[in-house]
Design a protein around this ligand. Structure first.
Ligand code: ADP
Length: 420
């Protein structure tokens, strides 16, 4: 026997090396394709390429309906096969699936198993078929078929290469199916979330009108000469105001996802903004006999959505008033800060925040006080809303407190408007 490799063997070896190299390339592409449709198309095209076949198909097992269906077929042969089922009993792909084994058919005319119902429809007279199962762990998730209009002897190499491809394909398909299931679950969740938002928007709108009427009449009754009526009317007004706050919180829930691109920005100065917010805050603070001390440097220009920033600042200021027992002191300091920022500090002499709570007060729906014993109305979204809005503007907010009953300080930083 000669040690020399014959020319034919050499050509054979070269061919094998080139197919194995190609398989390695295909494997890289398959493993990095997360979308099911392009993935299936790539597997199908690769199946035809490595077996030198005229066409190929990928069929997937559908658990829900217990059927084997075409998921990708060589374009030009037919797209009309997509989604069509093949019988498990009485088709070559069905046999591959059922018997969990490779089926090699060199000439379909001698093969009663061949399912030719679709051949005519797609005008592709199949003569030879190679079908391999796609195993994932121990399950067959589908079948890859390579087909020709000519009869063939399929080679052992064809079977071998297609089986390697099938093993890689199975893992990749399962991954892509998982991604697509996650995506549809996500879309469902988004739909439900939208429904929830629509419902809240509608319900809070519908609640506001009758509440306005209640507030109007109750305030009118507060003016009564009868002290008993006045007292009862004040209780109604107090509760109605609390209800209005909750409705406002509900309406504003959607701003927790404030999109930076949706801000209607303009250049304003901090003192102008404060002069818009302060009247309401002042009325509320006076009712609680607080002293309000202001120290705002004029001319601090910021580029913000005034409505949203007002909403954020109002929440912080109103909290300072609410969480400070009557007769307290609220100090506002506004100034330029390093790194082209402005700083607004809101300091109160109120109930303060325990160190273990500081990290959580900006969380959605978080309130330090227990719901059952609460005196302060609200849904626990004021601070998370303020944080979301300030961060959408590229700013930051933080809280400090020396502890319970030692007051709190909230610090807001926002970038200055360009070209200050
Ligand atoms: P809510 O409107 O329900 O009070 P917020 O998100 O505005 O919700 O505030 C969350 C919690 O943070 C409050 O319930 C309160 O316990 C605490 N908190 C907020 N501001 C202050 C403050 N200035 N002093 C003390 N505690 C505060």
């Amino acid at each position: 026997m000669s040690d020399k490799i014959s020319q034919k063997q050499l050509v054979n070896l070269e061919h094998r090396v080139s197919i194995l190299t190609r398989l390695a390339e295909i494997s890289t592409v398959i493993n990095s394709t997360m979308r099911l449709k392009p993935l299936l198309e790539h597997i199908m095209a690769s199946a035809a390429e490595i077996t030198n076949a005229e066409a190929a198909s990928v069929l997937l097992w559908e658990k829900r309906s217990n059927t084997l269906r075409f998921a990708a077929t060589t374009s030009g042969v037919s797209n009309s096969l997509l989604g069509k089922a093949v019988p498990l009993d009485g088709s070559i792909a069905g046999t591959v699936m059922r018997e969990r084994r490779v089926v090699v058919v060199n000439e379909v005319r001698a093969e009663p198993q061949h399912f030719d119902k679709y051949d005519e429809e797609i005008r592709f007279q199949t003569r030879s078929v190679l079908g391999v199962p796609m195993f994932s762990k121990d399950r067959v998730i589908g079948v890859i078929e390579a087909v020709n209009r000519r009869k063939l002897p399929w080679t052992e190499d064809d079977v071998h290469y297609l089986s390697i491809l099938a093993a890689q394909a199975a893992v990749a398909i399962e991954g892509a199916q998982l991604v697509s299931r996650l995506e549809s679950a996500n879309q469902e969740l988004e739909k439900v979330d939208q429904l929830k938002n629509d419902f809240i928007a509608l319900a809070s709108h519908e609640l506001r009108t009758p509440l306005g009427v209640i507030l109007g009449y109750a305030s009118f009754l507060q003016e009564s000469q009868d002290p008993e009526v006045t007292e009862h009317a004040s209780k109604v007004v107090g509760s109605a105001l609390q209800l209005r706050r909750i409705i406002e919180d509900l309406t504003n829930l959607r701003y927790l996802q404030q999109n930076e691109a949706e801000l209607m920005r303009e250049t304003v100065t901090l003192d102008t903004l404060m002069s818009e917010i302060l009247p309401d805050v002042r009325t509320f603070a006076e009712a609680k006999h607080h002293r309000l001390l202001l120290n705002i440097t004029p001319g601090i220009r910021i580029y913000v959505d005034p409505i949203r920033i007002n909403m954020a600042l109002t929440n912080i200021l109103m909290n300072a008033v609410r969480f400070t027992p009557d007769g307290g002191e609220i100090t506002l300091i506004g100034d330029f800060a390093p790194k082209r920022q402005m700083m607004l500090m809101v300091r109160d002499t109120g109930i303060g925040i325990a160190p273990e709570e500081i990290g959580r007060i900006f969380d959605k729906f978080y309130q330090v006080e227990d719901h059952m014993t609460r005196h302060h109305g609200g849904l626990g979204i004021g601070l998370s809303l303020a944080k979301a809005l300030i961060e959408a503007h590229g700013g930051r907010i933080s809280a400090e407190s020396a502890g319970l009953n030692k007051g709190s300080t909230f610090t807001i930083m926002l970038p200055l408007a360009d070209g200050k």
